[in-house]
Each structure stands twice: as C-alpha cells, then as structure tokens.
Design a protein around this ligand. Structure first.
Ligand SMILES: *Cc1c(COP(=O)(O)O)cnc(C)c1O
Length: 218
C-alpha cells in the first residue's frame, strides 16, 4: 500500500467513529527499512515515524532530522535504563515507559535538561510474561507515582497478544485512559489500525502496510 492509501483508510475510520478528520496521528514504523524508502515518504511530506531500537535509530535519524524539518520520532521499543540519555536526545516521544526505574531516570534527566520528550506508558494488557509493560492492575498507581514526581504522561500504549481479538485490548486501554484522564492512546498496527480508531486510538503505528514486509524480523 502507499502511505496515501493508509491515510485514506484512517480518514474513513475517523468518519465512521465520528471523530474529527485527521485527528489520528499516523506513525510510519520505519524499523529495518532503508533510508531510501524512508526518504521517499519524507518527500511526500510525512513527518511522524517510529523506531523500536535506539541504536538503529541513531544510524538513520540524526542526518534525516538535519535535512527535513518537523520530524517527530517515536520510540516504540523497549528502553534500557543505560540508554535513557541517548533516547532522550533523539526521540520526541517515548512510548515505552514500562517500569518505575525508567520513569525515575526520565524524571531525573528532565530536571537536569529542563525539557522532556512526550511520554506514553506501555501497558501489558494481555499480561504476557515475555512482553514489557505495566500490568493493568498496577497502572493507576503507576500514573499517580509519575505525577508525584512531576513526570508528565501524555498517554498509554499497548501491543495486544498476537492470537487475541485486539478490540478487547483496545477497549481495556481506552478505559484506563479515561480513568486516568490521559490525552492520548497509541494502539493499532497494520492489521488492526481501523479497529483501534473505532476504540479511540489517537496514534496508530503502521509499518508493513506502508513499507512492505520487513527484511528481518524484530
Ligand atoms: C513493528 C511495530 C509496529 C508496526 O507493525 P506492523 O504490523 O508492521 O504495522 C507497531 N508497533 C510496534 C511496537 C512495533 O514494534
């Protein structure tokens, strides 16, 4: 699919969901994709991108950010505490705040630098042992603790279990958003972004539907 076709489908879903047109932010997930493919999309005017590895992102984005104005780069993969500083300097949004140690590290850096990327808390809605994220029953307390240390949280993010009906997880995340008065919801990928929009996604993370299949599995 072309990115324009994905945007058309997003607009259709916004209409169906009685949401404002272009209110959903499309994050083009460019992990493992070549700079050539990424630049193709940049030249069409798209500016919002997602990467899941700090190291890989450093290989591509510093130079792209120099050449194109207004890029918004989202970290959508796990962040090790020893890479917090690097992530802080490159990413505009960190969607994977998943434990208190990381939250504290981000709060400290924010104090030191006087700014902070936008932050989303990743919620492990399927309570999968191998997956990162705050457990649903611990989320409210986690949000409160972040607020107590003056760490501003924009929203919540989830990656539903592969074999589950995604709408169950989208609905759950929506409830947690409302309950905690948060602004944004990052949910929905190539296979289910239209469903996610029906359930209130403000950010969808779409990779293969835009770029084609990835070269390596990540
Ligand atoms: C890779 C990835 C995506 C994009 O997946 P597609 O199925 O290719 O759209 C979205 N979110 C996260 C967290 C990812 O790692």
């Amino acid at each position: 699919m072309q990115i324009g076709q994905v945007k058309t489908l997003i607009n259709k879903s916004e209409l169906m969901a009685k949401r404002e047109i272009n209110s959903v932010d499309l994050i083009a997930v460019s992990k493992t994709q070549s700079n050539e493919k990424i630049e193709h999309i940049l030249k069409e005017g798209h500016r919002s991108f997602g990467e899941n590895r700090v190291q890989e992102a450093y290989g591509k984005w510093p130079i792209l950010k120099k050449h194109y104005n207004g890029i918004e780069l989202h970290l959508i993969g796990p962040l090790q505490t020893n890479k917090t500083r690097q992530a802080f300097d490159l990413f505009d949004v960190i969607q994977t705040v998943d434990r208190m140690k990381l939250a504290k590290s981000l709060a400290n850096l924010g104090q030191e630098k006087g700014f902070c990327p936008s932050l989303f808390i990743q919620v492990n809605t399927g309570e999968e042992p191998q997956k990162a994220g705050v457990l649903p029953k611990e989320l409210d307390a986690f949000v409160k603790e972040c607020r107590n240390m003056d760490l501003s949280i924009e929203g919540l993010m989830c990656i539903p279990p592969i074999d589950d009906e995604p709408s169950l997880h989208f609905g759950l995340l929506k409830k947690m958003q409302v309950r905690n008065s948060l602004k944004s919801l990052s949910m929905g990928m190539s296979a289910d972004f239209e469903t996610a929009i029906m359930f209130g996604a403000t950010h969808v993370r779409v990779g293969s539907a835009i770029f084609g299949a990835r070269q390596t599995k990540t």
